[in-house]
Ligand binder design. Sequence first.
Ligand code: EPU
Length: 422
Amino acid sequence: MEKFIIEGPTRLCGDVNISGAKNAAVAIIPAALLVEGICTIENVPQISDVKISCEILKELGVKVEWLTPNTIRLDTTHINSTTAPIDMTSKFRASYYLIGSLLSRCHSAEVGSPGGCKIGARPIDQHIKGFEALGATVTVANGRISAKADKLVGTSIYLDTVSVGATINVMLAAVLAEGTTTIDNCAKEPHVVDVANFLNTMGADIRGAGTDLIKINGVKELKGNGTYSVVPDQIEAGTYLLAAMATKGDVTIHNCISKHLESLTSKIEEMGGHVEELPDDSIRVWTDERAKKCNIKTLPYPVFPTDLQPQAGVVLALADGTSILNENIWESRFQYTEELNKMGAHITAQGKTAVFEGVESLSGAPVSASDLRAGAALLIAGMAANGKTELSNIALIDRGYECIEEKFTKLGAKIKRVDVEE
Ligand code: EPU
């Protein structure tokens, strides 16, 4: 088991390059199963969820070759199994995309129940509703999900909940279906659009991604032979901007799409931070004053993302005044607040609401990450705090942030990764 030892406080200053989006890459890699040929994917982040996605594809018969540290070439001409190894699929959430892809390409899929961060109940009823509407029979038993269909036929599907996973999974299942599928009440996150763009580059006919209504005209096959570059990670970008705010720093992020960050940058300005959009896909955020109080509500894109809620919480923990955070997506996403309280924060969390009575400073303490974004938040808190913070459970952070300690070290942080006995 590894830990981060962080010596604070640090004022983070400098430049950082944003990697490809985790939640796009972990969908695009299984989406490549729809291609009967070769595709090259660039700007793939080196994170553990991506590595395991590639390992699963190899088990299914795909040839996976890393051309550079961030470029993979996938040869999906032959698929020799539609059963994904259960021990691998249970390690991360996005393994559910194997169901949509395998069902579409091979008309059969068997996948272990998906794992992922423990941030609340994570049902997949809307994914199943979509598969069944397209003509599949889905069984959930013994920790496995099996889906089969003689053929998939396009239809109209209304999702009861706005769900990133269900939108992408049903879209995957519909790409090779007969006729036209419409999915209504879709998620509009940038990674939904990115998966649609990838599939269209490979020969699919998907329209409307990024709106409430996606229309998929089924095609006979995806021939591939294309190259696609994964969209920059909006959540990683936001994590560095919030780290600048928490440490009263001056950070410029490069390779980002400012439109994807509008809900965050408007909150940063409300907190008293300065935001400058630079012409070369860069954003600079700086402040030398204590943040002002600010209320935040999380909701699906384009509203404030739940995946930046814990990192924003660190800024509010240190802000001048009392702030209120409403979490409307996941019911267990305030676990990090107990850890921040060990560092001297004054946060009361109950149900969907957390009240942050801002304190002037935090002090280092032993803390533990309960999930990926909680881990990022505690790392930021450690850099802002006085003294030494020992952050455990950091394998969760490695699931979604490429070279995180190298990037923060370049900005001036003092972080060491150490091995500890279990
Ligand atoms: N939901 C249902 N039924 C479903 C699917 C979802 O009721 O069939 C509910 C969920 O319980 C939740 C809401 O709908 O309350 C939204 O869930 P969604 O399906 O959008 O989440 P997800 O696809 O499981 C992805 C990201 C999460 C991110 C959420 C929300 C991936 C691999 N994961 O999860 O990312 O929080 O969307 O934006 O894309 C993270 O990166 O740290 C992370 C947790």
